[in-house]
Design a protein around this ligand. Sequence first.
Ligand code: ADP
Ligand code: GN1
Ligand code: MG
Length: 364
Amino acid sequence: MGYNLKEIFDCFYTDGTFLNGEPYGSGHIHDTFRIETVEKEKDNYILQRLNNKIFKNIPELQHNIERVTVHLRNKLRSIPGSDIKRECLRLIPSRDGKTWINDNDGNFWRMYIFISNHHSYNVVDSPDKAFEGGRAIGRFQAMLSDMPEGPLFETIPWFHDIEKRLQTFNNKIIENPARRAETVDKEITQILHRAEEMKIILRLGREGKIPRRITHNDTKFNNILLDENDKALCVIDLDTVMPGYVHYDFGDAIRTAANTAAEDEKDLSKINMNINLFKAYSEGYLSETEKTLNDVEKEFLAFAPRLITYTIAVRFLTDFIDGDHYFKIHHEFHNLQRARAQLRLVISMEEQYKDMKRIIRKLT
Ligand code: ADP
Ligand code: GN1
Ligand code: MG
């Protein structure tokens, strides 16, 4: 759909004149555009049409991001040598005093400063990069641990709740709206076979053995920007920052940082969890958080990648069975291909689980 990006851009208080706007990045949720400005010395911007089918309350979503970014910026100010403009997302205020606007068709738009000279990776090819990713997420969690004024809104309720995700999955199989359930028997069996053991993190939470903390909840590696030297720079995509268990962030980051292939790799023989990348990410993450995590949190870190990779597989397959209403897809069987790839990755993690536990035990 063609949007008048210049008109939307002009609804925000920007420094610089609109030159052009192009689709940008490989996120699965919003429509993201990079806006270049005429003046070379001025900032460029990221303009996003927000997915308000998925995020049902945009004012609450934006309120969370305002709070989180203000808090992070205050922290960075007290750290000598911080590059505040590049180490934290900055929302641009709209001319009517909010941090988003509505266009005439009811779309919601927001804008950030474009973080210049960053590197972004969908697949990670070196332990150094994985280590930096771990450091970025560990530091992010640590900086948010003392955020004042009560809990953040839950922008998507039960986001990582595997019991709820499995209920929805089972309901969709019965409802079978796209007449696809009968074509994915094998994948359904693989999922149901593992369902019980996946409930352990929720159980530990209910028993009070692991605390809810402020977590990011979408730590896919392309949501962690590295700088021009591939050092940790900025954690982006703050839409799901809310109360959660640290396992969700650790697990999702390993799912993407330690996978030798793309998230949607068709050739399953290429998919493997690289244990050196797992180790490097864990080292980076624990270098920032080792002192704050409790013993049970540490004990179950190695399990977290299995849980989150499984959860995403369930979500991709649910969306396939439902007829592709949630994730952006690029071809007819994309969600199925993604689900198969994630299930293959779960198996690779199961095969290496003993080593994963040993590595975490050594580091904690
Ligand atoms: P989605 O929820 O659809 O993944 P994101 O907020 O992650 O949306 O944005 C999509 C992509 O746009 C990111 O993966 C990243 O490549 C890029 N991006 C987002 N915000 C910025 C920013 N402030 N500076 C530079 N790139 C950004
Ligand atoms: C989505 O927004 P993005 O593309 O970074 C999704 C994550 C999934 C991921 C799978 C709000 O992340 O939960 O893990 O796709 N985000 C939302 O690639 O559902
Ligand atoms: Mg993203």
